[in-house]
Design a protein around this ligand. Structure first.
Ligand SMILES: Cc1ncc(COP(=O)(O)O)c(C=O)c1O
Length: 328
């Protein structure tokens, strides 16, 4: 995939490794499980958003921006990676973060939010009912009026441009699978704002790659699938008309959300425990823990056999463990 016409900031350590989960696969007794270590993208403790930020901050720099704004939850991994990337690139960073009613000391001051401050970001804290997007637009207006050049990034970095990072990741996965002489039956990934799954779907669609199953961490199956398809379509539009297949459907499972976004579940706790004890692999309670619970349920189901291989994309988020220690 030729992405050379898009300005890009080198932020992520790529390609990330693909590793077997041999002991856990044997324990579960179903398909072989593998993990794509996008938690190891490096900068600022890593995670999936760096792939998106390479393109978003590439554009910000090309436009001569001096301040980058984005939005998220108080313990947003996306916000933390944006803050780290801005520090690396010498850009000012302002984060509009919404507090949930979840207000433990750790949630308010540890994990991602501790790192945001360490990276030198300026934080604007909102109450749950305020619109983050409106607050970000207002702050960008004020900065512009003061002669600054703000660049706004949507929630999760999910938009056609950001998702190019995951369209490229699809190509990376296909190349690594060839090298390993493996054919993954499906890719499994956490889905929230939809750009990671959407980008992967777009990249796979262009190469007749493998199915990408999203495990929702919020919303319903129908809402999250519509979001992923919309994100995939935006990505493909940006990639241009040449050989542009449509992504008409996205598979999303919503059985692992539990009572809501960032609210712990028993399956999530089991996933964290088994990944840690069988593989020394650290998941987070908000995204990868719930997604891995979905992966384990798929592995235990009759849908896949021992001849199948499933690839879990580990999207990072481990600082969240320290923001929600009681979830573990
Ligand atoms: C650790 C982690 N995994 C997965 C996701 C979901 O990615 P997306 O918002 O692109 O659906 C996020 C987004 O914040 C995340 O922080």
């Amino acid at each position: 995939m030729d992405l050379s016409r898009f300005p890009r900031a080198a932020l992520a350590r790529l390609p990330t490794p693909i590793e077997p989960l041999a002991r856990l696969s044997a324990h579960l007794g179903g398909p072989r499980l593998w993990v794509k270590r996008d938690d190891l993208t490096g900068l600022g403790l890593g995670g999936n958003k760096l792939r998106k930020l390479e393109f978003l901050l590439g554009e910000a720099r090309a436009q001569g921006a001096d301040t980058v704004l984005t939005v998220g939850a108080l313990q947003s991994n996306h916000a933390r990676q944006t803050a780290a990337a801005c520090a690396r690139l010498g850009l000012d960073c302002e984060l509009v973060l919404r507090q949930s009613s979840h207000a433990s000391e750790a949630y308010l001051g540890n994990g991602n939010v501790l790192l945001d401050r360490l990276f030198g970001a300026r934080l604007h804290l909102l109450q749950a009912e305020q619109s983050r997007e409106e607050a970000m637009a207002a702050r960008a207006g004020a900065l512009r009026a003061a002669g600054r050049r703000p660049y706004c990034i949507p929630v999760g970095g999910s938009c056609g441009l950001g998702n190019l990072g995951y369209a490229a990741c699809a190509g990376e996965i296909l190349a690594q699978a060839r090298e390993l002489s493996l054919r993954f039956t499906a890719v499994v990934v956490a889905t929230g704002s939809g750009g990671t799954q959407g980008g992967l779907l777009a990249g796979m669609a262009r190469k007749r790659g493998m199915p990408v199953i999203g495990i929702a961490v919020e919303g319903t199956r129908a809402e999250q699938a519509a979001l992923a398809v919309e994100q995939a379509a935006e990505t493909l539009r940006l990639l241009g008309a040449e050989s542009r297949p449509a992504v008409v459907a996205a598979e999303v499972l919503d059985d692992f959300v539990g009572p809501g976004y960032a609210r712990p579940t028993g399956e999530m706790r089991e996933a964290l425990r088994l990944a840690a004890r069988f593989e020394g692999l650290v998941l987070d309670p908000v995204y990868t823990g719930k997604a891995f619970a979905g992966l384990m349920a798929l592995a235990r189901s009759s849908r896949f056999t021992r001849d199948d291989a499933l690839l879990f994309v580990h999207t990072g988020g481990q600082p969240g463990l320290f923001g929600y220690p009681e979830a573990v």
